[in-house]
Design a protein around this ligand. Structure first.
Ligand code: PLP
Length: 402
């Protein structure tokens, strides 16, 4: 592969074994799994196998709890909208200020439709206050939707405890686990989580396939109506090749789980320590003690994240920035702002997200080139003088790693 790809929270390379598993389902095995002839039956059996592979990775109790969808966004929308339709007398939602737009934009839309949404705040390290959460839980809440792992910082939320609390209050609990699945062990049958979203392209399966896990017995209303596919819970002819690829990717993720949490974590820590030791005025954001093993989000004060990205790209290094300039907005990421990180640092955040394909040589190359890039950009920064930073009102933020 050309270049150094450290943007795996955006999307991942499809594993070759996944491609191999998929290929026959475009040509020889092209049947519709709903058909009664053998063309259909064979594909139906392969889809069933994929369902079992997803079930196993999630530790779900039963294969019927796995609903194939088109992506993580569809799974999130389905979970939230289903709960609102299933409990029409409940007009309130609890979520967090740092969700992915797949949840946040829907919640903002729902507010316009007259629903009340409670956004839980995070502290300087991206952690939630469960006291505030507990006070908000009551019989007016249709659903709680809280991400398992944050896509920008990798910070993990205590979703198992939060699901227990929701159940004790008689409230459904959904988690957007798009970033968590495949990177950390999950055993849903031993939790009170009612619904969970995942997305194929974050775990080395193709884009355009996802899953909504729906615990047996949870009241549900489909988003798409039409055919009887997915036991009437998601109409539309199945994306069979991608579903089969996702099943294989889940099997591979289970096999790689220890590697992900030892070797990938070790490389992430090496990268982060190497950068923080050599780049002045840089710090890691989020809950560094409690986060995904593959993610490091680092703020480089007084420079623009996008400029860093462009220069990294010249060295063939791909990462991602928390600033949203490319989308036409000068606002830094909502996650950084929610943590109270000042503009002078929030604008300069870079997310490095590794995968099981990342090598030590790649990490060492990044550690080698990044200090020069930052130093070069700081010579252009109005906030950086000959002797380091010049006074600015928002400079005083210092994260506390308690
Ligand atoms: N939720 C989270 C936390 C994500 O990181 C993403 C993708 O970046 C999504 C949802 C959306 O997933 P998809 O691209 O499959 O719609």
């Amino acid at each position: 592969m050309d270049g150094i790809y450290l943007d795996n929270n955006a999307t991942t390379r499809v594993d070759e074994a996944v491609v191999a598993a998929m290929l026959p389902y475009f040509t020889e095995q092209f049947g519709n799994p709903s058909s009664l002839h053998s063309f259909g039956n064979k594909v139906g059996l392969a889809v069933k196998k994929a369902r079992l592979q997803v079930q196993e990775l999630l530790g779900a109790e039963h294969e019927s709890e796995i609903i194939f969808t088109s992506c993580g966004t569809e799974s999130d929308s389905t979970a939230i909208l289903s709960s609102l339709k299933a409990f029409p007398e409940r007009r309130e939602i609890i979520t967090t200020t740092v969700e992915h737009p797949a949840v946040l934009s829907l919640c903002q839309y729902l507010e316009k439709e007259g629903y009340k949404v409670h956004y839980l705040k995070v502290d300087g390290n991206g952690r939630l206050d469960l006291g505030e959460y507990s006070r908000l839980l009551n019989e007016r809440i249709a659903i709680v939707s809280v991400m398992w792992a944050n896509n920008e910082t990798g910070t993990l939320f205590p979703v198992m405890e939060m699901a227990e609390m929701a159940h004790a209050a008689g409230v459904l609990f959904h988690t957007d686990a798009v970033q968590a699945v495949g990177k950390m062990p999950i055993d849903l049958k031993n939790t009170k989580i009612d619904m969970l979203s995942l997305s194929g392209h974050k775990l080395h399966a193709p884009k355009g396939v996802g899953v909504l896990y729906l615990r047996r017995g949870v009241r549900f209303r489909p988003l798409l109506r039409g055919g009887h596919q997915e036991r009437g819970r998601r109409a539309g002819t199945e994306n069979t090749a991608s579903i089969i690829g996702l099943g294989k990717a889940c099997e591979l993720a289970l096999d790689a789980m220890v590697f992900e949490n030892t070797e990938v974590r070790r490389l992430r820590d090496r990268l982060e320590a190497g950068i923080l030791a050599t780049v002045p005025r840089s710090f890691a954001t989020g809950d560094v003690k409690n986060r995904l093993p593959n993610t490091s989000n680092i703020a480089f004060e007084f420079i623009e994240g996008e400029a860093i990205l462009l220069l990294l790209n010249k060295f063939g290094i791909a990462a991602s920035s928390g600033s949203a300039c490319t989308s036409g907005s000068l606002e830094p990421s909502h996650v950084m702002r929610a943590m109270g990180i000042p503009y002078t640092a929030a604008h300069g955040t870079i997310r490095f997200s590794l995968s099981r394909y990342t090598t030590e040589a790649e990490i060492d190359r990044v550690i080698q080139v990044l200090p020069q890039i930052v130093a070069q950009l700081r010579t252009l920064s109005p906030y950086w003088g000959e002797n380091g930073p010049v006074e600015s009102p928002e400079q005083s933020f210092s994260p506390v790693y308690a």
